[in-house]
Design a protein around this ligand. Structure first.
Ligand code: NAD
Ligand code: MG
Length: 403
């Protein structure tokens, strides 16, 4: 653990996105505790340039070589010595060559897998927002983190809540199954807002536009995760994420719709206790928790005022309304390469929907057809994972073209 004289050295993968910018918001409040040593983005050159000028990282990364050259020239002109890299190799170098001790994994989708895995393999503190990386690679990722002694701290609000509600021994690498059994964890309850279409008549979902799907009632997030929240694929991915992170059997993970998004998730214990974590729907809370763990720092989040809430409601999700959730449950149960295929097909279908090339209700169809076509196999290596990810993208794209 860093002491007060040592600053945490932070690499933010996906610094220009919603989680990335919220992370910088928290860091800005605590300059004495954090030093930003690497920042990465896909295509948002202007925003990354502003961030580099403010935080002066040693390394910055963009997706394309041309954008990287342009950024490099701009930063040189400002007298900065930031090294600007590009592509997957650049992302990996931002983790391995920046002298960081902490990596915020906030790239969206499979593009974040290799640099996040690199962070785990190097034994860094990994703040995991990028759930797709863990869904794709499951035990391969968890074993890498365990072997290298990486501190894996969940940033997804639900998993962060569960992490806070579990006793520390539950997450300890030294805990035997017997010790875990004594801790009496019976179930974990993942809460879900139900998204913008929780009560929309199903027939009205036919002509949903990307902007309507991205208008989340409680959270402001990137467009891909916003669509996943509308279809509830997000909760499906989170069930798989929880299964790996907490090493809990799928049967013990339940989903509850909770429209107010105040209770971020819960743990039910053998003796009848239920532990819940509550807070504003503001990602700066879990981000600050991960950054400072085991300490707590000011996240500039307004205090929760329970007397101003009209009520807290909980209900079972309707799997007919949310077929993506049912598909995720099925893929999770199937195991092997099925979660990789589920995730890849969903990424392709959601991207097509956001580009206006696929109707909203067809997202689930594309995922289902792709899962049916690619029989699950055991994922023995990272190569197996990457191969199934590639195949699933091809198959999903084919289904989209065929309509
Ligand atoms: P976002 O779309 O706002 O940001 C994504 C970031 O990744 C951007 O910096 C973008 O430039 C970068 N990026 C995208 N494609 C890339 C590529 N091919 N190569 C390199 N960089 C690339 O997304 P977000 O909402 O910040 O979500 C990030 C991750 O965190 C997702 O995995 C999401 O599921 C997870 N998450 C987000 C929230 C939230 O509130 N936004 C909550 C929980 C979990
Ligand atoms: Mg979440």
């Amino acid at each position: 653990m860093t002491n007060s004289l040592q600053k945490r050295r932070l690499c933010i993968l996906g610094s220009t996105g919603s989680i990335g910018m919220n992370t910088l918001d928290v860091v800005r409040v605590h300059p004495e505790q954090f030093k930003v040593v690497a920042l990465t983005a896909g295509k948002q050159t202007d925003r990354l340039a502003e961030q580099c000028i403010e935080f002066k990282p040693a390394i910055a990364v963009l997706h394309s070589v041309d954008d990287a050259k342009a950024l490099s020239a701009l930063l040189e002109g400002k007298g900065l010595s930031t090294k600007v890299l590009y592509g997957q190799e650049g992302l990996i170098a931002s983790v391995s060559d920046s002298d960081c001790d902490t990596v915020m994994a906030a790239i969206v989708g499979a593009a974040g897998l290799l640099p996040t895995l690199q962070a785990a393999q190097l034994g860094k503190r990994v703040l995991l927002a990028n759930k797709e990386a863990l869904v794709m690679s499951g035990d391969i990722f968890m074993n890498a983190a365990r072997e290298a002694g990486a501190e894996l701290l969940p940033i997804d609000s639900e998993h962060n809540a569960i992490f806070q509600c579990l006793p520390p021994q539950f997450m300890s690498a030294n805990s035997t199954p017997k010790v875990k059994e004594l801790l009496g964890v019976e179930e974990i309850w993942l809460t879900a807002s139900g998204g913008p279409f929780r009560n929309t008549p199903i027939d009205n979902l036919v002509n949903i536009t990307p902007d309507e799907a991205c208008a989340h009632p409680n959270w402001v997030m990137g467009r891909k995760i916003s669509v996943d929240s509308a279809t509830m694929m997000n909760k499906g991915l989170e069930v798989i994420e929880a299964h790996w992170l907490f090493d809990i059997p799928l049967e013990k993970i339940k989903v509850l719709i909770h429209p107010e998004s105040v209770v971020h998730s819960m743990v039910r214990y053998r003796d009848g206790s239920v532990m819940a974590q509550l807070g504003q729907p503001d990602m700066r809370t879990p981000i600050a928790y991960g950054l400072a763990w085991p300490h707590r720092i000011d996240a500039r989040v307004a205090p929760l005022n329970l007397t101003q809430l009209s009520g807290l409601h909980f209900m079972e999700p309707d799997l007919k309304r949310f077929p993506c959730l049912a598909l995720a449950f099925a893929a999770a149960k199937q195991g092997g390469t099925s979660p990789t295929v589920l995730n890849a097909a969903n990424e392709i279908a959601v991207a097509a929907f956001l580009e206006g090339k696929l109707p909203y209700l067809k997202i689930a169809h594309v995922v289902e057809k792709t899962l049916n076509q690619l029989t699950s196999q055991k994922a023995r290596s990272l190569d197996d994972v990457l191969e199934f990810d590639r195949k699933a993208r091809e198959v999903a794209a084919q289904h989209i073209r065929q309509g």
